[in-house]
Design a protein around this ligand. Structure first.
Ligand SMILES: [Zn+2]
Length: 265
């Protein structure tokens, strides 16, 4: 009993002494003072989410197997404004932090053995406490974050469940956003091109191609008299960059046309 009491008292004294030492260092250190000034001047963005989670439940096993988690991620990057804002905050913090870190690295201890002696703390001890306080007092902004995408499938009777996940770095989100913007713009341009090319196929042009080809399928040679239906076909499909110009058009019967499209796919 008595031993415990003595131990507690000693512990108490040690703690009081420890707090006193820390306070003394904190109040006397030029290095700490400058750090606190730098902290005042440095404003990091905070109070934002840095962990994001997206999941999807697939209705069948093949859909689950085929599902590409990148599409879930891209979808979030395109649409989730909060994700975009968080990612841009992280990037801003990284920039500010780079500068902050450089400035803190320049803050060196100025305590001399004489000065530490005056305040009754050993020189080495002083440096150790100062370093510890310095690390504690350095700002710790949000510099990273993650985006987790998960796909799940659960068999109807719940016998089997499958899950796959992929993690992405939050600071890569803006880069991907810009890439997707470019991809989407290109695909819009491409869609517009295709519909322009399709619109060029007028009845007049169709007739002129049929006429040019002698109203015959250019593969099997059959005509309407043989009971086949004739089409005007793009040799290079519009979807693959083909244009609606006579040199890229030809007459085909339905059979040959279907056979041809099978070949191309
Ligand atoms: Zn034919």
């Amino acid at each position: 009993m008595e031993i415990i009491l003595v131990a507690l008292i000693l512990l108490g004294i040690w703690m009081i002494f420890h707090v006193w030492q820390e306070n003394t260092v904190k109040e006397s250190s030029e290095r700490i003072k400058k750090l606190l000034e730098l902290n005042e001047q440095t404003e990091f963005l905070d109070g934002f989410r840095s962990e994001f989670f997206y999941d999807v439940n697939l209705s069948t096993k093949p859909k689950f197997d085929r599902f590409d988690l990148n599409t879930l991620y891209d979808d979030a990057v395109r649409k989730d404004e909060q994700l975009y804002n968080s990612a841009s905050n992280v990037l801003k913090n990284q920039q500010i932090y780079q500068d902050y870190q450089q400035k803190t690295a320049e803050l060196e201890s100025t305590i001399t053995p004489e000065e530490s002696k005056k305040i009754h703390i050993g020189y080495k001890k002083y440096k150790i406490i100062e370093e510890k306080l310095f690390c504690e007092l350095m700002k710790k902004p949000i510099l990273t974050g993650s985006v987790t995408c998960v796909a799940n499938y659960r068999s109807p009777k719940g016998r089997n469940s499958y899950s796959k996940r992929k993690e992405y770095a939050l600071n890569k989100v803006l880069e991907r956003y810009e890439e997707l913007k470019q991809i989407d713009a290109n695909s819009q341009t491409e869609m517009a091109r295709r519909s322009r090319e399709r619109a060029l196929m007028t009845d007049k042009l169709r007739y002129s191609i049929l006429k040019r080809d002698g109203f015959r399928c250019q593969i099997c040679g059959r005509t309407a008299q043989d009971g086949v239906k004739l089409h005007v076909d793009h040799i290079i499909p519009v979807s693959k960059g083909g244009r609606t110009i006579p040199s890229n058009l030809r007459t085909l019967c339905e059979d040959c046309n279907l056979g041809k499209s099978d070949e191309l796919e």
